[in-house]
Design a protein around this ligand. Structure first.
Ligand code: RUB
Length: 305
């Protein structure tokens, strides 16, 4: 797929979910480096940086994409253009393999929270949650899932379809019925798009509302995520931007005088989160952040920003 096609697919939400967005974005760097018309290192690097900046703007609330691109682009200190292209492609493959490996680890850890008879509540569509459910099913556990439709774009339908395909019983609720869905649940599992330095987890709009309800019913809330969702820029004062999408996703022709607010995500306060399940283990948000720092020192080099 060409770089331009990738940018369009991410912008037009043909690809969704933080990790899939990051995967596609990072893969497109291969296209950039292989098709670069520049003959020297500085020209190729300029093409790569230009591509990175375009990708950054496709979806503002996606630090996993930013971290993945930064990983490929850091320490590209080569004299030979052929060698540079080779290293970029190798690093892209490394990032993709890392995502696969980490999802398997998160699935192993997360599936331990699911037992026979557990009712899991989830919202939106997260590839990470799907891997956890798949793993629990593979282990022979008999459990069911409650999920919400996730207006306005109905990613919850994608989730329900995939869960049903796995042979796991799933009951689908409209968003406003989430209290009913949660009342009978034992566990709330959500994905994450971003985690800030204050330990806030940013996920699909509705996530904090449902976490508040879960807390009221004493239902544990776990955010399940690759550690690369951590937004290092928040350490240096940047306020994670919440993506605001087009009004027409909610209402095509609203009457004059009606303002529509279409925030795609919301911040879940750390106090509502029982734990963050990542490839590093299960930690409270503030401990998670320390673990991310220790395990990903390259991420915190200020020159990347
Ligand atoms: C998707 C969403 C998902 C996270 C995590 O929102 O909120 O829960 O991205 O997904 P959108 P994953 O559909 O707007 O991208 O676990 O696959 O990274």
């Amino acid at each position: 797929m060409s770089f331009k096609e990738t940018v369009d697919r991410i912008k037009n939400l043909k690809v969704q979910g933080a990790e899939d967005v990051a995967r596609e974005a990072v893969k497109s760097l291969k296209d950039v480096v292989n098709k670069s018309k520049s003959r020297n290192i500085s020209g190729i690097l300029a093409d790569l940086y230009h591509a990175k900046n375009i990708l950054f703007l496709t979806r503002p609330t996606e630090p996993c994409m930013r971290n993945s691109l930064n990983y490929v682009m850091h320490d590209l200190d080569y004299d030979d253009p052929v060698e540079l292209a080779k290293v970029v492609c190798l690093k892209v493959d490394e990032v993709l393999e890392r995502f696969d490996k980490n999802q398997r680890i998160i699935a192993q850890i997360g599936s331990k929270k699911i037992g026979n008879g557990t009712v899991v509540f989830t919202h939106c569509h997260s590839s990470t949650i799907l891997e956890i459910l798949k793993e629990a099913k593979k282990q022979g556990k008999k459990f069911e899932v409650h999920n919400t439709e996730t207006r306005p774009l109905y990613q919850g339908r994608v989730t329900a379809r995939e869960i049903a395909k796995l042979g796991i019983p799933v009951t689908h609720f409209i968003d406003a019925a989430a209290r009913f869905a949660l009342k009978k649940a034992d566990l709330m599992l959500i994905g994450a798009d971003a985690i800030t330095t204050e330990g806030k987890v940013i996920n699909k709009i509705g996530s904090e509302l449902y976490a508040e309800i879960a807390n009221r019913f004493d239902i544990p809330v776990y955010a399940c995520t690759d550690s690369w969702k951590f937004d290092t820029e928040t350490v240096f004062g940047y306020e994670e931007e919440i993506e605001k999408r087009k009004a027409k996703e909610i209402w095509k022709n609203p009457p004059k005088g009606v303002t529509i607010n279409n925030f795609a995500f919301e911040k879940v306060s750390p106090g509502l989160i029982t734990g963050i399940i990542s490839e590093l283990g299960i930690y409270k948000p503030h401990v998670f952040m320390q673990e991310v720092r220790v395990n990903n020192r390259w991420m915190f080099r200020k020159h990347l920003f």
